[in-house]
Design a binder for this molecule. Sequence first.
Ligand code: SAH
Ligand code: SF4
Length: 385
Amino acid sequence: MTETTEKINVLGLTATELTDLVGRWGGKPFRARQLMRWLHQRSAGSFDVMTDLARDFRRQLEQHCCIVAPPVQTEQFSSDGTRKWLFDVGNNNAVEAVFIPEDDRGTLCISSQAGCTVACPFCSTGYQGFNRNLSAAEIVGQLWHAKRVLEANLDSARIAGTAASEPPGRVITNVVFMGMGEPLLNYDNVLAAVRILLDDNAYGLSRRRVTVSTSGVVPFIDRLAQDCPVALAVSLHAPNDTLRDRLVPLNRKYPLKELLDACNRYLQHAPRDFITFEYIMLDGVNDTDQHARELIQIARQVRCKYNLIPFNPFPQSGLRRSSAARVRLFSQILVDAGIVTTVRKTRGDDIAAACGQLAGEVKDRTRIEERLPHRATIPIKQEHA
Ligand code: SAH
Ligand code: SF4
């Protein structure tokens, strides 16, 4: 074992955990708050820059702790300003984070697992199988790194006073758990990371600006409602159990009725008064008028918004994106029924950074092909004559 792996990575410690740690050395809680601000607000990468901490305290930290984000394997820029980092998480596994700048906000999409066990047939992460959960430090480390890089760009743009050759720096205002992995199947580490994202001495994000996206892990939707309710997005993708069993295999365990009931329970605690239902538009699979009408029935049961997602194709899926005209008609049926419906803009297409195209590599430890023969059974629309 290297020295680093034996040390505690402070990037993943919540305020309570840091206070406990500092307390064991006889330090007061305000020391933990100071440390948190250095780490997450001032993006310190070593303890020796924390000059207002007592020398003894810094020595303790250096001896027992480290500040380590997963190393960056590659960084890519898209022509639309989207940036993507591929992080090495060891043993030939890599995960991704994507920054998407918009006029009024900057959203960072982060990963929670190396791979995913849910294995949705339209998702490239699902195709790779599952390797392991990311630690809280590896989850927060993605944000820590992105913030550092984006702020450094901001500074250099300020100094240059003109458009720099690097893309301009941007501020991260929102974080979404929509990268690789199912966040609610890595609950403890995701919860710790969310607490750090919200902490005023760390990233200080409001609950509305942190979104956990889930394929529908019902018991953990309830846990999150109790522990730390943030904005919730649910990957619906199908309006009935028969189709959802195939598109989101977890539906066999937690069918729609249970999922919708959990959404209603969540809404009693949520920072927003609606759930965002994500619905990927797959040509001939889930995009007919009848499917839209079924979605109207669902919206009568849960206060929700629909976010229609153009499918980002990848070779093995055998699936196709619905045409723009189909998406418009589908969306119109929902809008005519009075349901707020948005169509997601695809971003970062030129660097394969859009949702579900995240191309981090994982070494599958679950022998996914053997577990999931259902993959071959998704009905694919026949070509029109
Ligand atoms: N596991 C969680 C979060 C990560 S996936 C979940 O499923 O919600 C984040 C979003 O990307 C989900 O809505 C997912 O359905 C969507 N997605 C996955 N593959 C996609 C693809 N190929 N094209 C477009 N969106 C995709
Ligand atoms: Fe996992 Fe989400 Fe991809 Fe489904 S869509 S395989 S739950 S990451």
